[in-house]
Design a protein around this ligand. Structure first.
Ligand code: CP
Length: 303
């Protein structure tokens, strides 16, 4: 496992996912442990981030590791025209593990093929965000007591939202039923639906969810990904299509939880924040524990 990268959620077996979630539980009980002493982690963020970058930094600091890297490619030699190939080749000789966010789909897989150390995909374009999925799974298991047989509602930008692509793949291993709620322009891509069909799993597509909200165990809200639209007018048409409000939650299951990878724009009204069903800020905190566990797993470090 020492040299394995984490580029897609499918890079971990079901057993490995459970192992990481169990390890994250231990980190939640005791986050400060000197397990990454003498390890250097390179954080290469070619795209903006708050939660992913800072929760990785928090995780590394709590484990006694060191951090190098950049938060803006314009401060690196990429701005002089250096290729991703050369950047990764160099950085992998300076570090024990690379965490990379990049706007190009497939860039993390490419980096993992060049790198001499493990690469963690911190989001590659509209493709995948597997460490977000690990914290989503942790949050779902923690709040529902199980990952099995849940009714998952995914709402918003299902076309460009990389978090829903990774989460759908992951939850398909636990026999989830999916309800995809999106405008026509932002439907879940066919290749993802085919993935579920090949597994014999049920999914339903809707443009509204007010009449069916009572069935949800998890409502996973997403932001419309403005940065992925080539035509700003197309974004304007769909940007506020779903706004979850506290008044809509009256007939939901008592243990239903609302997740959101964040950042939010308008899709969850602030009046939801004080509802006990709102879990998105706790979800972001869970990112520290799960990223501690992922780092240790990839570096072959046990508790
Ligand atoms: N959820 C998430 O990826 O947030 P950031 O873009 O702030 O890292």
């Amino acid at each position: 496992m020492k040299d394995k990268s984490f580029v897609s959620i499918d890079d971990f077996s079901k057993e490995e996912i459970i192992e990481v979630l169990d390890m994250a539980e231990e980190f939640e009980k005791q986050p400060v442990r000197n397990l990454l002493k003498n390890k250097i982690i390179a954080n290469l963020f070619f795209e903006p981030s708050t939660r992913t970058r800072l929760s990785f930094e928090s995780a590394i600091n709590k484990l006694g590791g060191s951090i190098i890297g950049f938060t803006d490619a314009s401060s690196s030699s990429v701005s002089k025209g250096e290729s991703l190939h050369d950047t990764i080749r160099m950085v992998s000789s300076y570090s024990d593990l690379i965490v990379m966010r990049h706007h190009i789909e497939g860039s993390a897989r490419y980096a993992s093929e060049i790198s001499s150390v493990p690469v963690i995909n911190a989001g590659d374009g509209a493709n995948q965000h597997p460490t977000q999925t690990m914290l989503d799974l942790y949050s779902i298991r923690k709040t529902q007591g199980t990952l099995d047989n849940l009714n998952i509602f995914m709402v918003g930008d299902l076309k460009y939202g990389r978090t829903v692509h990774s989460l759908m793949m992951a939850m398909s291993r636990w026999n989830a039923t999916f309800n995809f709620i999106s405008p026509e322009e932002l439907k879940m891509p066919d290749e993802n639906k085919l993935y579920l069909e090949n597994l014999g799993l049920k999914y339903y597509e809707h443009t509204d969810f007010t009449d069916i909200i009572s069935k949800a165990d998890i409502i996973y809200m997403t932001r419309v990904q403005r940065e992925r639209f080539s035509d700003p007018m197309e974004y304007e048409k769909v940007k506020n299509v779903y706004v979850l409000r506290d008044s809509m939650l009256k007939n939901t299951k008592p243990n239903m939880k609302i997740l959101h990878p964040l950042p939010r724009v308008n899709e969850i009204n602030p009046d939801v924040d004080s509802n006990p069903k709102a879990y998105y800020f706790n979800q972001a905190l869970n990112g520290v524990y799960t990223r501690q566990a992922i780092l240790c797993k990839l570096l072959g470090i046990g508790l």
